[in-house]
Design a protein around this ligand. Structure first.
Ligand SMILES: [Zn+2]
Ligand SMILES: [Zn+2]
Ligand SMILES: [Zn+2]
Length: 264
């Protein structure tokens, strides 16, 4: 019996049994290498076992809709409350004596989601330039995104040899693609003389020393974090995600106001 005949017969035999055509194809695939007699025996055995599994499987999968509705109401309330001021109007740092009446900030990347004053949130994020910080907006009555420029913060790069730059030159902005989307990172241009040349922006080698891969070899204004490159490598090799799909996904993760308002 050829492949198509086996498939046709299997379909005909199972029409009255109410078995899905996909299930029949799967059974036919298993039966093809066997003889006609063995084929009938295996088909009958598999069909019976599938019937038993199908009914118990459906029983397990069908949820109790009244409990689903109750649970979803509870979850919704909790999720919405995480976007509110959470009943507090002061900094979560108990020892804080700064900005008692200022706006509250929270970080959606840090675990805990606690609100802090501007001083405390800046202190916590001096070494975390790719965290998503939010600020409470009284007009919108919700948290909106706040970046390092809003907080008057600037990154200090290390030199090629790994030593911290202390010159604190004028602030320039660097576009960085990270695992949670695009960032505009203000940084102090290094005013030290490196190789006899004073640069107007970070050099490609200096970016590499800071775990950022430069997008160009001449005065780069865009770069990729090493983490995002590792993520693409893994998704490309294991999930066949191409570079456009990957970049589109990261743009989706970038706050809309940053995409349209910030230019390097
Ligand atoms: Zn954070
Ligand atoms: Zn504080
Ligand atoms: Zn320097």
């Amino acid at each position: 019996m050829n492949d198509y005949m086996a498939l046709d017969n299997a379909n005909d035999d199972n029409k009255d049994d109410g078995i899905s055509p996909f299930l029949t194809i799967s059974l036919a695939d298993q039966l093809l290498p066997t003889t006609d007699k063995e084929e009938e025996e295996v088909k009958e055995e598999d069909t019976n076992s599938m019937k038993g599994h199908t009914s118990s499987y459906l029983e397990l999968q069908l949820p109790d809709m009244s409990s689903v509705s109750h649970i979803s109401d509870q979850y919704y309330e909790q999720l919405v409350s995480s976007h509110s001021k959470q009943g507090t109007s002061t900094c979560s740092n108990l020892n804080c004596k700064h900005h008692p009446d200022g706006p509250l900030y929270l970080c959606s990347t840090c675990f805990g989601n606690k609100p802090y004053c501007q001083h405390c949130i800046k202190e916590q994020h001096q070494s975390l330039p790719f965290h998503r910080i939010l600020v409470w907006d009284d007009t919108c009555c919700c948290y909106i995104s706040a970046n390092w420029t809003d907080l008057n913060m600037a990154w200090t790069l290390v030199h090629k040899d790994g030593k911290q730059c202390t010159s604190e030159g004028r602030v320039r902005r660097l576009q960085v693609l990270h695992v949670n989307g695009m960032h505009i990172l203000p940084y102090h241009v290094c005013n030290c003389f490196i190789g006899g040349e004073k640069r107007a922006s970070a050099s490609p080698l200096q970016l590499l020393a800071n775990n950022l891969f430069p997008a160009t070899s001449l005065s780069p204004t865009s770069s990729f974090s090493f983490e995002v490159m590792e993520l693409f490598d893994s998704l490309n090799l294991n999930g066949f995600i191409n570079i456009k799909q990957f970049c589109d996904s990261l743009i989706e993760l970038t706050p809309r106001d940053m995409l349209y308002n910030d230019e390097v």
